[in-house]
Design a protein around this ligand. Structure first.
Ligand SMILES: *Cc1c(COP(=O)(O)O)cnc(C)c1O
Length: 401
C-alpha cells in the first residue's frame, strides 16, 4: 500500500494538521523522511525523545522485554514496574508511584487523588482546584478544564466543577483565590505549551507557603520539565520547593508511552483498592523502556551535559539574533528553550517552524510568538551546531520574505 500525506485526510479524524513530511527512520538526533531527506531533530517529538531516536539501550530494553512478557493487567504486578517505581522513589521526594500511559492520565490521577485526600481529611467542601492561566495539563475532560486555556475545554458541555485559574508568576492573584476550601494547586514549574515561561523562584516559594497555610496539596506537573529536561532529574529539585504530588510522562519512556504520578505514603493511602486504575498502566514493556531511560538520564554526566548544551544553544541563538534581530528574549531552562519573537515578528512562530523544516531542521512552537526547542538530552555538540546553521538559514528566509 502506498502511504501518502493525502491518506491522512482520507482516513484520520481531522483534529491534527500534520506536516507534509512523513518520517520513516530515526537515529540519534537525525530523522529521514520517505524521500530520504535528512532532518536534525530539535523537537524531540515534543520533549519526549530524551535519548534521541532508537537509542541502543532503549531498543535493547524493548526487545528483551518484548520477547519475555508484554502485558498482564494490574491483576498481577510485574518486575519492570516495581524496579522503575523503586528507582523513581529513590531519586525523588516521593514514596509511592502510580503508573498511567500518558501525561493527561497521570494528571487525572493526581487530581482525583487530591480530591479524595481533601474530602477524606476535611469534608465535602474542600474541592476547589486552582491552576494557572495558559497552563497545560492534558486533554482528558478534567485535565483540560484545569488547564488554563478555555479554548481547549469549551464546547464539550458541562465541565467538571470547582476549578479556577490564577495568573502565573503573580502571587497576589493566587492569594485572592485560595482558601481553606482549596484542595490543590496544580502548576508547571516551567510552563511549556503556554510559551516556555519559567516560574520565578520567589513566586514558587510563595505558592508552597500559601498551600501549607490553607492545607492544600501542591501538584507539580512535570510532564514536560521532568526526566532531565531542565538539568535536574525533575525541575523541582532546582527550585527549593517540594511538591506533594508530581506527575511525569513525555520523556519518561523516551518515546514509549508511559505516565507516572509520584507522591508520599500519607497522601497515596487515599487511593484505596478500587478507587482508580488503568488496564495498561505499569505494563512491563513501557516500564522496562522507562527504566533504561531513567538509568541513563539520572547520571551526573547526562544532567551536567544538559546545562552545557543549553549554553551552546543560547550562544548560537544569540549569534543568530545579533545578525537578524528577530527575538526579544531566549528563555527556559536546560534543553527546554523558547526563542520569543520580537514586535516585528509577533504571531509568526509557525513561519519559522515551516522554514526550518525546509532547511532540514525539526523545531517546535509554543504558541504563536515562541519558537521552542526540546532536543535529545544527549544531542552532540556537532549536531547542535549543524542544526543551528540550518535554523539560521530558516531565519534568513523568513526575514527576507
Ligand atoms: C504534554 C503535557 C501534558 C499532556 O501529556 P499527554 O501525554 O499528551 O497526555 C500534560 N502536562 C504538560 C505540562 C504537558 O507538557
Amino acid at each position: 500500500m502506498q502511504v501518502t500525506r493525502e491518506l491522512f485526510d482520507d482516513v484520520m479524524v481531522p483534529n491534527y494538521a500534520p506536516s507534509k513530511v512523513i518520517p520513516v527512520k530515526g537515529e540519534g538526533s537525525r530523522v529521514w523522511d520517505q524521500e530520504g531527506k535528512e532532518f536534525i531533530d530539535f523537537a524531540g517529538g515534543i520533549a519526549v525523545n530524551c535519548l534521541g531516536h532508537c537509542h541502543p539501550a532503549l531498543v535493547q530494553a524493548l526487545t528483551e522485554q518484548g520477547s519475555k512478557l508484554w502485558h498482564l493487567s494490574n491483576v498481577m504486578t510485574n518486575e519492570p514496574a516495581l524496579r522503575l517505581a523503586k528507582k523513581l522513589t529513590d531519586a525523588t521526594f516521593a514514596e509511592k508511584v502510580y503508573f498511567a500511559n500518558s501525561g493527561g492520565e497521570a494528571n487525572e490521577a493526581a487530581l482525583k487523588l487530591a480530591r479524595r485526600w481533601a474530602i477524606d481529611n476535611y469534608g465535602d467542601h474542600k474541592t476547589q482546584i486552582i491552576s494557572f492561566k495558559k497552563s497545560f495539563h492534558g486533554r482528558t475532560f478534567f485535565t483540560v478544564t484545569v488547564g488554563g486555556q478555555a479554548a481547549y475545554s469549551d464546547g464539550f458541555g458541562p465541565k467538571p466543577g470547582d476549578v479556577v485559574h490564577a495568573e502565573f508568576n503573580d502571587l497576589a492573584s493566587l492569594e485572592k483565590l485560595i482558601s481553606d476550601n482549596t484542595c490543590a494547586v496544580m502548576i508547571e514549574p516551567l510552563q511549556g505549551e503556554g510559551g516556555i515561561v519559567p516560574a520565578d523562584h520567589d513566586f514558587m516559594q510563595g505558592v508552597r507557603t500559601l498551600c501549607d497555610k490553607h492545607k492544600a496539596l501542591l501538584i507539580f506537573d512535570e510532564v514536560q520539565t521532568g526526566i532531565g529536561r531542565t538539568g535536574n532529574l525533575y525541575a523541582y529539585q532546582g527550585l527549593d520547593v517540594i511538591p506533594d504530588i508530581l506527575t511525569s510522562a513525555k520523556a519518561l519512556g523516551g518515546g514509549f508511552p508511559i505516565g507516572a504520578m509520584l507522591t508520599t505514603t500519607d497522601i497515596a493511602k487515599h487511593l484505596k483498592v478500587g478507587t482508580h486504575g488503568s488496564t495498561y498502566g505499569g505494563n512491563p514493556l513501557a516500564c522496562a523502556v522507562a527504566e533504561a531511560a531513567v538509568d541513563i538520564i539520572n547520571t551526573p554526566e547526562t544532567l551536567k551535559g544538559v546545562l552545557e548544551k543549553e549554553q551552546l544553544f543560547i550562544a548560537g541563538l544569540d549569534a543568530i539574533n545579533d545578525k537578524y534581530q528577530v527575538f526579544c528574549e531566549i528563555r527556559g531552562k536546560g534543553l527546554l528553550l523558547g526563542a520569543v519573537l520580537n514586535q516585528t515578528y509577533q504571531g509568526r512562530s509557525r513561519e519559522f517552524l515551516n522554514a526550518s523544516a525546509e532547511h532540514g531542521l525539526m523545531s517546535l512552537v509554543a504558541g504563536i510568538d515562541v519558537v521552542r526547542f526540546a532536543p535529545s538530552l544527549i544531542i552532540s555538540e556537532q549536531e547542535i551546531k549543524q542544526g543551528l546553521q540550518r535554523f539560521e538559514k530558516a531565519v534568513a528566509q523568513v526575514v527576507s520574505a
